[in-house]
Design a protein around this ligand. Structure first.
Ligand SMILES: Nc1nc2c(ncn2[C@@H]2O[C@H](COP(=O)(O)OP(=O)(O)OP(=O)(O)O)[C@@H](O)[C@H]2O)c(=O)[nH]1
Ligand SMILES: [Mg+2]
Length: 325
């Protein structure tokens, strides 16, 4: 192939990547439709319905943000920062204030880009969260992503508690062609983790994902069990890269924040997957999670399909929310 031909190929690759990104961004917009109609339309209306910047505007903004689960603390911080900026930067028009609001949101969400990075050698990802948050399906989606990148993935059925949980993971394993390490229902989940790490080592796996039973963050004995699972993983996989991923259901709103604090205290959470953003108009919870926890949001769930689990990119997220329809 001559030089120009190669360039053409390259451009084609670039086009494919750009098309893929476009597809992902339009999925993101679709997935956030409820929040766009709820939070974003309301905020936009407040700015356009007010001719001048006054206390009433700030009060309405405060109310809408709190209703959309941005959280009292984060809302107050945002409003205060806006009030100070209006004063200091002599902002006069509501349009200019709206631009400033978007910019403040982007800053609040700013961080390293999300996503899960694999280290060299074995990676162990322990997935925790309350009942029904989306742990097992998120695991399947993550597993698929890594498998599609030719990584050797294994799963551990650490939820030995809920009837049907082991079967659920095994069905995913079959569907994805991924090995699932399991024992019978009712067995010790730390023992499953132990077996799984040994097996992942002997098979030279790149990534072992450990499912765990859903538990309330307030159930002390169950949280202690989780600590034990983590201790066993860290002991048996001492040379591996071990990460704890907390799955939070975005529709649980402010409760997600208290869940995260207690899970973090018990097992030191490294990252968050925020699921079911498609099911809520209160996507403001992303801002609260980001601003109040200091734990990176790595993944967001915007639907049930595999491609609906996306890496969290703050800028894309704000753009998807506020871009014209
Ligand atoms: N709409 C939507 N549904 C989701 C998303 N993530 C997970 N779900 C659904 O949430 C439900 C519960 O998911 P599971 O993965 O079984 O949750 P879990 O945390 O493993 O539940 P337990 O094992 O019972 O603790 C399933 O019906 C999933 O398809 C998402 O981002 N959007
Ligand atoms: Mg589960």
């Amino acid at each position: 192939m001559n030089f120009f031909g190669r360039n053409k190929e390259k451009n084609k690759d670039k086009e494919v990547i750009e098309d893929k990104n476009k597809g992902l961004i339009s999925r993101l917009k679709e997935g956030l439709a409820k929040t766009r109609h709820g939070l974003v339309d309301k905020v936009t209306n407040i700015f356009s319905n007010h001719l001048v910047i006054d206390d009433e505007l700030f009060e309405e903004l405060e109310e809408v943000l709190i209703q959309a689960d941005v959280g009292v603390h984060t809302t107050m911080q945002l409003i205060e920062e806006l009030e100070v900026a209006v004063e200091e930067e002599k902002i006069k028009t509501t349009d200019a204030l709206m631009e400033l609001f978007h910019a403040k949101l982007a800053v609040m969400l700013q961080e390293e880009d999300g996503g899960l990075e694999l280290a060299e050698g074995l990676n162990v990802l322990m997935v925790v969260g309350v009942n029904g948050a989306g742990k097992t399906t998120t695991i399947a989606k993550i597993a698929k992503k890594f498998k599609d990148k030719d990584k050797k993935v294994m799963l551990a059925a650490g939820d030995t508690f809920r009837a049907g949980a082991i079967d659920q993971l095994e069905v995913w394993g079959d569907r994805l062609g991924i090995n699932v390490i399991a024992q019978q229902e009712g067995s010790d989940s730390a023992a499953v983790a132990y077996d799984a790490v040994q097996s992942a080592r002997s098979k030279n796996a790149d990534v072992l994902i450990v499912d765990t039973a859903g538990r309330l963050h307030t159930q002390k004995n169950l949280m202690d069990e989780l600590k034990k699972v983590k201790r066993v993983i860290e002991r048996e996989a001492s040379d591996a890269h071990v990460e704890v991923l907390l799955v939070l259901d975005a529709t649980t709103g402010q409760n997600a924040i208290s869940q995260a604090k207690l899970f973090d205290k018990a097992v030191a959470v490294d990252g968050i997957a925020l699921t079911k953003l498609d099911g809520t108009a209160k996507g403001g919870v992303v801002i609260a999670v980001k601003n109040e926890l200091g734990i990176p949001i790595k993944l967001i769930g915007i639907g049930e399909a595999a491609e609906d689990l996306q890496d969290f990119h703050p800028k894309e997220f704000v753009d998807a929310l506020f871009a014209d329809k």
